[in-house]
Design a protein around this ligand. Structure first.
Ligand SMILES: Nc1ncnc2c1ncn2[C@@H]1O[C@H](COP(=O)(O)OP(=O)(O)OP(=O)(O)O)[C@@H](O)[C@H]1O
Ligand SMILES: [Mg+2]
Length: 512
């Protein structure tokens, strides 16, 4: 590989500032991207990473500062300009149109200047080719709204590749992928690098930084805090640079005896997916107060349908859902929430938050007919704001104040709003799906300790996570989900990631 000095700088920022009405998101940012380099941008939730990438991509105008592409000063008035000059971006939150197909989404707006008549069949063929070349399997005619989060991310990646980007910006692309998919994606990224494409990738996972990048910039509170050649750093140093203190990378789990009587039971549950195929197939499990039950599985084995069914967001075909002994399978979502069931969904923008509403409103959401948010039938806004203020402090939500719309928060801080709401309403049963997706290491440390605090307060926790590391960090029992059923129960102290992975991929026990 050519050394840094020999390699051409393809993209550069000089003195970039971005001032939002209440937040200075970027301050004097100077970065360089070399041709054929994989650059990682690391920083806490709200540090200004997405903002900077959105500036590079022409979505935001910098308040001050300059950008150079191949040594020439450029000013983008919209992403169209950026795309024309060879930039591609995969956003942190999907920008797909739910009611269009995969192919329609991929070609949407990507061929400026060629008129509106795009040959769908040609496009579909190219999408197929691209998806085969890069191992990003997808049905080109599938409707976006029917795709899982992981598959939607795949469409976003294909969309950028379809545009022949020379510079590819990936904002947390791995947050929604399975370990297997991450490996595949990294293969794609390395191939792209070999063909001279330059890549900027954002990830909160320090192993991924070490695994994929050539160089890393650390952003803290809007400023570049440091720059390192990846070969010269380790996890601890990265975490330190990011957070400004040392971070405990694994929380300590005290032994805790759960109560014998289950708080939540699922009996022989059957649920269909969006295309009316069986997704949950006779699933049975129980959760006791004071334990964390971790569901491990490869994405697409019924996780989202299971969570939907528990919360009443999808009908139960047959089977029982028992909360404190009563069957809730026919109750509305509102009734279930009213029964002290808390839920942290995997897709925060679909079910968790209303982006146009304030933090205070989002925190009160679903519970606003009860104190402390209500006074008779009127909403008590000052009380809502006070409550939000408290939780902003407790959960370290980086926001100007309780009246900031959720949509103006960084991705990780949006997640913290949901966690704050769901963890603090004294649930008896807590269902969490991918609770730390998109959170920085400091925030993960905090959330993990909060999950364990719930456990020591005798809340029954059912955690669905695609991250084995998270399952091992928190679960008292590991249930392996495969093709919609629990195929194996394992004791985290007597198993390892290899064995769990074996059952996750359909491995069968040898007959003895
Ligand atoms: N459109 C906007 N309007 C107002 N403030 C915004 C807007 N977008 C971002 N911000 C603020 O700018 C800061 C930086 O946000 P940004 O999304 O760039 O963070 P990030 O580093 O990408 O964080 P994360 O890791 O959580 O995704 C945050 O304080 C955020 O609330
Ligand atoms: Mg971001």
């Amino acid at each position: 590989m050519a050394s840094k000095s020999e390699r051409k700088v393809i993209l550069e920022t000089r003195g970039v500032y971005k001032q939002f009405p209440k937040v200075l998101a970027n301050q004097d940012v100077n970065i360089k991207l070399h041709e054929g380099e994989i650059l990682c941008l690391l920083g806490e939730n709200g540090a200004g990473k997405s903002t900077l990438m959105n500036i590079l991509y022409g979505l935001y105008k910098p308040t001050a500062g300059e950008m150079y592409l191949n040594g020439r000063s450029v000013v983008f008035s919209s992403p169209k300009d950026a795309i024309r000059l060879g930039l591609g971006m995969v956003h942190q939150h999907f920008m797909l149109v739910e009611t269009l197909t995969v192919t329609e989404n991929i070609i949407l707006g990507s061929e400026p200047g060629r008129g509106v008549q795009i040959d769908y069949r040609e496009a579909r063929k190219r999408v197929k080719e691209l998806s085969e070349t890069y191992g990003l399997k997808i049905d080109p005619d599938a409707m976006i709204e029917n795709l899982s989060v992981g598959l939607q991310q795949r469409v976003e990646i294909l969309k950028a590749l379809y545009r022949d980007a020379r510079i590819l910006i990936l904002d947390e692309p791995t947050a929604v992928l399975t370990p297997q998919e991450v490996e595949e994606l990294f293969g794609v990224i390395k191939e792209l690098r070999a063909s001279g494409v330059s890549i900027i990738i954002i990830t909160h996972k320090l192993e991924e930084v070490l695994d994929i990048s050539d160089r890393v910039y650390i952003l803290r509170r809007g400023k570049i805090e440091g720059e390192r050649a990846t070969a010269d750093v380790n996890k601890e140093e990265l975490a330190n640079l990011m957070v400004g203190r040392s971070v405990v990378l694994t929380v300590h789990r005290e032994p805790h005896e759960p109560h014998p009587e289950p708080v939540f039971e699922i009996e022989n549950l059957h649920v269909l997916d969006d295309r009316a195929y069986p997704a949950v197939n006779g699933l049975t499990l129980s959760v006791r107060p004071g334990e964390v039950v971790g569901i491990a599985g490869v994405d697409g084995n019924g996780q989202s349908e299971l969570a939907d069914a528990i919360m009443g967001l999808r009908p139960v075909q047959s089977g029982r859902l028992l909360h404190l002994g009563s069957d809730i399978a026919r109750m509305s979502t509102k009734e279930r929430i009213g029964r002290s069931i808390s839920y942290v969904p995997a897709d925060r923008q679909r079910y968790g938050l209303v982006l146009s509403m304030t933090i205070a409103e989002n925190i009160a959401m679903g519970y606003h007919d009860r104190s402390p948010n209500a006074r008779g039938i009127n909403l008590d806004y000052p009380a809502m704001a006070r409550r939000a203020e408290e939780l902003i402090g407790q959960f370290d939500i980086r926001a100007p104040g309780p009246l900031t719309p959720a949509g103006q928060l960084s991705g990780g801080n949006q997640q913290k709003v949901i966690l704050a709401r769901e963890f603090t309403r004294k649930p008896t049963f807590l269902l969490v799906s991918q609770p730390t997706r998109g959170l920085d290491v400091g925030a993960i440390e905090y959330i993990h300790s909060e999950v364990l605090a719930m456990r020591s307060q005798d809340v029954g926790v059912l955690m669905i996570s695609l991250e084995l590391e998270e399952i091992f960090a928190l679960a008292d029992r590991i249930l392996v989900l495969y093709e919609g059923a629990i195929v194996k129960e394992l004791d985290p102290d007597r198993t390892d990631e290899r064995e769990v992975g074996f059952f996750m991929t359909g491995g069968k026990e040898k007959a003895s």
